[in-house]
Design a protein. Structure first.
Length: 276
C-alpha cells in the first residue's frame, strides 16, 4: 500500500498486516512497552528479529472471529492420513483456521463468554476493527503507528486474552505488561488522526475455566501518568534513532540485596533448622 512507503499521517482501512508491521519508520506501542519494561537494546533486537507469527495464531484467530466476524476454527485434521491431508488443504484454501481439540474447546468457550457479556458486546458495535493510524508526535517529531483492535465514535477497545479476568488480577497484569502505555499511546494517535478522544477500554477474556469476560478502564489519574510516561519514552527513542545507539544493561557491577520477603523466609528456615 503506497501510504506506507512514505511518512503520511492519517487513519487507514485495509492495511495488510505485513505492510503495517513493515512500516519501520514509525514506532509502535509494543516497542515503547519493551523500552519501558526492558531497555532500548531489547526493543531494537525485537524489531530486527520479529517473533514467528505462528506463536500468536490462537490470538489472531480469536481477534478475527470476535472483532471481524471471522470463521470459527475447525478441528485440525489428521495429517497422517490421505483424507486428513485433503481436508487440511481444503480448509487452508478456504481460509478457515484449524486448532487442536483442546484449543478448539477453549476457543469456543471464550467466544461464547464475550458474546454473553452485554457490556463487552455493546462496546464491539458501531465501529471498525483493525484500522491503522500513523501520526507524527508533536513533541518529539517521532513518527508513530497504532492499530486499535476496535474503534467506534465513542470507544477504543483492546481485546485481551488473559489467565484471569477478575478485576484485581487483570489490573496486576496490566501493570506488569504496561497496558497503560499502550492506552495512552493509542489515544494520542486517535486524537491526532480524528481530533477525538474516546473512552479506552480493555475487554479481558479468561483463557481458563470459567472463561470469564470483564471490561476495564484506567482511571483518569493513571491515564495522565501514562501519557507523561509515553512522552518520556518517545524522547528516549528519539535519542536512540538520532544516535544509532540502543543501550542495554550498563557495563558495570550491579550490587543487589534480597527483598524483605526473602529475608523473612530465610529466617523462618533458620528457626526450623534450630528447632530440629
Amino acid at each position: 500500500m503506497s501510504v506506507l512507503e512514505r511518512e503520511k499521517a492519517g487513519l487507514f482501512d485495509g492495511v495488510p498486516d505485513t505492510d503495517y508491521h513493515g512500516a519501520g519508520w514509525a514506532v509502535s506501542s509494543t516497542t515503547l512497552k519493551t523500552l519501558f519494561k526492558a531497555d532500548a537494546q531489547t526493543a531494537k533486537w525485537n524489531l530486527d528479529h520479529p517473533a514467528d507469527s505462528s506463536t500468536f495464531a490462537f490470538g489472531r484467530f480469536f481477534h478475527s472471529h470476535v472483532l471481524e466476524g471471522g470463521p470459527m476454527p475447525e478441528l485440525k485434521p489428521d495429517g497422517r492420513t490421505k483424507a486428513g491431508k485433503a481436508k487440511a488443504a481444503e480448509l487452508a484454501e478456504a481460509g478457515v483456521p484449524v486448532l487442536t481439540a483442546s484449543e478448539l474447546d477453549v476457543f469456543k468457550a471464550m467466544a461464547e463468554s464475550v458474546k454473553g457479556s452485554a457490556l463487552a458486546s455493546g462496546f464491539l458495535k458501531g465501529g471498525r476493527a483493525e484500522q491503522s493510524i500513523f501520526w507524527q508526535d508533536d513533541e518529539t517529531g517521532v513518527w508513530c503507528k497504532a492499530r486499535p483492535d476496535y474503534l467506534s465514535p465513542f470507544a477504543c477497545v483492546d481485546l485481551k486474552t488473559t489467565q484471569d479476568a477478575r478485576p484485581f488480577e487483570f489490573g496486576r497484569s496490566a501493570a506488569q505488561l504496561a497496558y497503560d502505555v499502550q492506552a495512552a499511546f493509542y489515544l494520542r494517535g486517535i486524537h491526532a488522526a480524528t481530533g477525538k478522544l474516546p473512552l479506552f477500554v480493555f475487554v479481558a477474556v479468561g483463557k481458563a475455566a470459567p472463561f470469564q469476560t470483564s471490561v476495564h478502564a484506567l482511571s483518569d489519574v493513571q491515564l495522565e501518568r501514562a501519557d507523561e510516561l509515553v512522552s518520556k519514552l518517545l524522547w528516549q527513542w528519539k535519542g536512540c534513532l538520532e544516535s544509532g545507539n540502543y543501550p542495554g544493561i550498563p557495563d558495570s557491577i550491579h550490587t543487589f540485596s534480597f527483598p524483605q520477603w526473602e529475608e523473612t523466609k530465610r529466617e523462618r528456615r533458620l528457626s526450623w533448622a534450630m528447632i530440629g
